[in-house]
Write a new protein. Structure first.
Ligand code: GTQ
Length: 373
């Protein structure tokens, strides 16, 4: 029979396994003319036994990318580019510009005195500050100062603009957005602010001054928007919280000591579609492997180590970014016996959970590690 049609047969009871015959092919031709097709030729492909990620496990080394990112300072202006960003292009996801799964990520660079025009979109966004001083963002009129390892939100629908104070230095931060997801859902709107700039309507950093106190909420706090009012999570209190938690817990066998960034008004994820975490791998720690649905993008915020992802070992240093595709075995190790290592990560787990699609599995049951290829 001709091989011109795909026919994904499996010799398993309950799965599609229809032979190719001339009569069937003639029938398929008739269906094709009606923009229709027989399910049984594709059923085994479109209903795999388990998630089949098209994303490739990847590590982007900062020492390889940094000079190229800085070069864009001389090559394009924020005015012409809109935003000066070099994005992470997963070889399995080029068609949707994703770094992994349905998540986009890029490295944005700005000079002192520069700013990008204010805009809003249906995609939710976050930044994780990598280097430089004087960076700020304005989110719905709240001006927010940004320092190293700070994590900031620009949720779905909010006006936002980024810049670097004239007194600052060249700044680089990681952007993370759910652009591929929102495009897959065919729900993405984009707007440029009519004035290109927002009026700042609140004291600088009022978001952290109001919402950023552990265990304390403003009296009468009334927040019903579907994202965290805190907007910025600073590095110093985050690291202190990890250190204190590490003294009180054995941690997770899969993640070490992990704290999720949450919405302080309800304990939920920071945004409806994107969750984020900071985890500490204690000196000498090596975790067990597990896998779960949902995609995760990591940035090494402190220290160095390696992760084994889908059987491949990726050695990371501070500022390197790597991804774990959905349903892929992964485990992490701190390379140092003296210092802790910290991994920032963001993910689409709120989507998986909200849609009832979250699943998780431990590798083996004897504390084993996945084989490396
Ligand atoms: O600043 O919201 O890296 O809209 C890509 C698209 C950043 C942003 C990116 C965006 C943004």
């Amino acid at each position: 029979m001709t091989a011109r049609r795909e026919n994904h047969r499996e010799n398993v009871a309950g799965r599609a396994n229809v032979e190719d015959t001339a009569e069937l092919h003639a029938y398929y031709d008739e269906l094709e003319r009606l923009q229709a097709a027989p399910l049984w030729t594709v059923a085994n492909k479109i209903e795999p036994w388990q998630p089949q990620s098209a994303s490739v496990p990847m590590l982007w080394r900062y020492r390889d990318l940094r000079d190229h990112v800085l070069r864009s300072l001389d090559l394009v202006t924020p005015e012409k580019a809109g935003r000066r960003v070099i994005y992470l292009d997963n070889p399995g996801r080029r068609d949707v510009a994703a770094a992994v799964g349905w998540l986009y990520s890029g490295l944005q660079v700005m000079r002192p005195g520069e700013s990008a025009s204010a805009h809003a979109h249906s995609a939710s966004a976050l930044r994780f500050i990598m280097e430089g001083s004087g960076a700020y963002t304005v989110v719905d009129g709240h001006r927010i100062t940004l320092g190293r390892n700070d994590f900031v939100l620009t949720p779905n629908g909010t006006w936002h603009e980024h810049g670097v104070d004239a007194s600052g230095t060249d700044c680089i931060w990681q952007d993370g957005l759910d652009i591929p997801l929102v495009n897959a859902l065919e729900a993405n709107f984009y707007a440029v602010h009519p004035d290109l700039k927002q009026a700042v309507g609140h004291p600088v950093d009022d978001v952290t001054k109001s919402w950023g106190h552990p265990g304390l909420l403003p009296d009468g706090a009334d927040w019903s928007k579907p994202y965290s009012p805190l907007l910025k999570y600073e590095w110093a209190p985050t690291y202190e919280a990890l250190t204190r938690y590490a003294a009180a817990t054995d941690g997770s066998p899969f993640d070490g000591v992990l704290l999720n960034y949450v919405n302080p008004s309800n304990g939920g994820p920071v945004m409806a579609t994107i969750g984020a975490a900071m985890q500490m791998l204690r000196p000498g720690e090596r975790t067990r492997a597990h896998r779960h649905t949902g995609s995760v993008l990591y940035q090494a915020a402190k220290g160095s180590g390696y992760s084994i992802i889908g059987g491949r070992r990726f050695d990371w240093q501070e500022r390197d970014i790597f991804c774990v595709p959905s349903w892929t075995w992964h485990e992490h190790a701190n390379a140092s016996d003296a210092e802790d290592a910290c991994l920032f990560s963001f993910n689409d787990l709120p989507v998986m959970r909200a849609l009832g699609l979250y699943r998780e599995e431990a590798f083996g049951d004897n504390g084993g590690h996945q084989p490396q290829s």
